[in-house]
Design a protein around this ligand. Structure first.
Ligand code: ZN
Length: 87
């Protein structure tokens, strides 16, 4: 889960569930990524970019135009990183 830049207040962010190792315990917790970082970190998040986008469409509370913008960012970043596509 590599995201070195703080996410601006009010900027769009992707919430993901991730495993956290605390000592010898592994728990699950939420992490936050920039949309572009989510595409770049797919191998850590798990799944494909299409699954990520599908989950966003199902779960996001953004209005459609905002969500389309976020998804466009993710797709662009995914193309750059060669992230796995479901098809
Ligand atoms: Zn980031």
């Amino acid at each position: 889960m590599l995201c070195e830049q703080p996410i601006d207040k009010g900027a769009f962010r992707i919430a993901v569930e991730r495993e956290l190792e605390v000592g010898s315990n592994v728990t699950r917790g939420a992490g936050y990524l920039h949309p572009r970082c989510a595409a770049a970190n797919l191998e850590n998040i798990g799944g494909t970019i299409d699954e990520l986008i599908e989950a966003l469409r199902a779960n996001s509370k953004l209005d459609e135009a905002e969500l389309d913008g976020v998804i466009a960012d993710i797709e662009e970043a995914g193309d750059e990183t060669g992230a796995a596509r479901a098809n």
